[in-house]
Design a protein around this ligand. Structure first.
Ligand code: PHE
Length: 345
């Protein structure tokens, strides 16, 4: 065994690894120089037949050469890996702004419903709900709306194909049917609000939409306990809180079959404070909905004895309030699904 041969193998091996142009030839070199059948392995196996002195002399040299070649093989592997990378495609422009991570948010109508629910919950109200697909009975009959009332007309109401059912179905035109539904299963005293979606079969413009929201309120107690004064005060409290400024309420006589007396419910203009501006058509007042003392016939439809209870109800349009609060000029924007609009809120 010659020491020179071992250095030759080592030198040749180092060169072969450093010159390997791809992984295939590198690994071929590795097998040839370090594999079981390689000259070096042969020499290693032969060490055991040497005399102790020779072992001491050759052993470290052979082992050292093997370790050096293994390192050269590993270094070549690393080099080829780096050379093989497509740096151009991996280029990162660290000056680019971070990726946007868009997060959805609530629709302004939903936000407003929650705000309203918060205020009324603090005032001790419960929140009730009813179906959007309603029967003609709850939407009209139980509310004392006569059979020939124009509101039932196909012009105003979306009737739903109801063949085979013993009642006619429709898309509720207001949240008032929930009054009767709620009273059927509850006994006064109670106070509730009913936010919900309603539908009207009408042509649309900047202030009319076929699909919109109302929030109904119903407060009922023993006769004598609940008066018009209460609901005027409640309205003032709610709207002042809602708009964050003092709001006056004005009631004008009006007619709805399910209340007696009935009122149009106006609030002092929240933009001009009642002085008169374009938003309130210079009147100083904004109409927000209908209201009144619950008709005894409605109590009867719910199964209450006539004369035992007294209460008030109102139904306010929600979009109107959203539009005033957020300064939105056209009601149709709210249901448009136009993200350019929605993203502003
Ligand atoms: N339901 C009526 C409407 O939609 C509003 C209303 C509710 C009036 C309650 C009086 C009492 O126009």
């Amino acid at each position: 065994m010659r020491i020179e041969r071992i250095s030759e193998i080592l030198e040749e091996g180092k060169r072969a690894f450093s010159e390997a142009a791809d992984e295939a030839s590198r690994s071929e070199t590795e097998v040839r120089l370090l594999g079981r059948k390689s000259e070096l392995s042969e020499i290693l196996r032969g060490l055991k037949d040497l005399s102790p002195e020779e072992k001491r002399e050759f052993g470290p040299v052979v082992q050292g050469a093997r370790r050096a070649l293994e390192e050269a093989a590993a270094a070549a592997k690393e080099r080829l890996l780096v050379e093989g990378r497509d740096w151009e495609s991996e280029r990162i422009d660290v000056s680019l702004p971070g990726a946007d991570d868009p997060l959805g948010h609530l629709h302004p109508v939903t936000t407003m419903i929650r705000e309203i629910e918060d205020i009324f919950t603090r005032l001790g109200f419960e929140i009730a709900e009813g179906p959007e697909l309603e029967t003609e009975f709850y939407n009209f009959d139980a509310l004392n709306v006569p059979a020939d009332h124009p509101a039932r007309d196909m012009q105003d109401t979306f009737f739903v194909e109801s063949d085979g059912f013993d009642t006619r179905y429709l898309l509720r035109t207001h949240t008032s049917p929930v009054q009767v539904r709620y009273m059927e299963t509850h006994t006064p005293p109670f106070r509730i609000i009913v936010p919900g979606r309603v539908f009207r079969n009408e042509s649309t413009d900047a202030s009319h939409e076929h699909t919109f929201h109302q929030f109904e309120s119903l407060v009922v107690g023993e006769t004598g306990d609940v008066t018009v004064g209460h609901f005027k005060h409640l309205g003032e409290t709610f709207f002042s809180e809602f708009f964050g400024r003092h709001v006056e309420v004005r009631l004008r006589p009006s007619y709805f079959p399910f209340v007696e007396p009935g009122f149009e419910f106006d609030i002092s203009c929240v933009l001009c404070g009642g002085a008169g501006c374009p938003a309130c058509k210079r009147t100083g007042w904004l109409e927000v909905g209908g209201a009144g003392m619950v008709q005894q016939k409605v109590f009867e439809a719910a199964g209450y004895p006539r004369g035992k209870y007294q209460g008030f109800a109102w139904g306010f349009g929600l979009e109107r309030l959203v539009m005033m609060k957020r300064r939105i000029p056209d009601i149709r924007l709210l249901m448009s699904g136009d993200l350019r609009f929605i993203r502003q809120f």
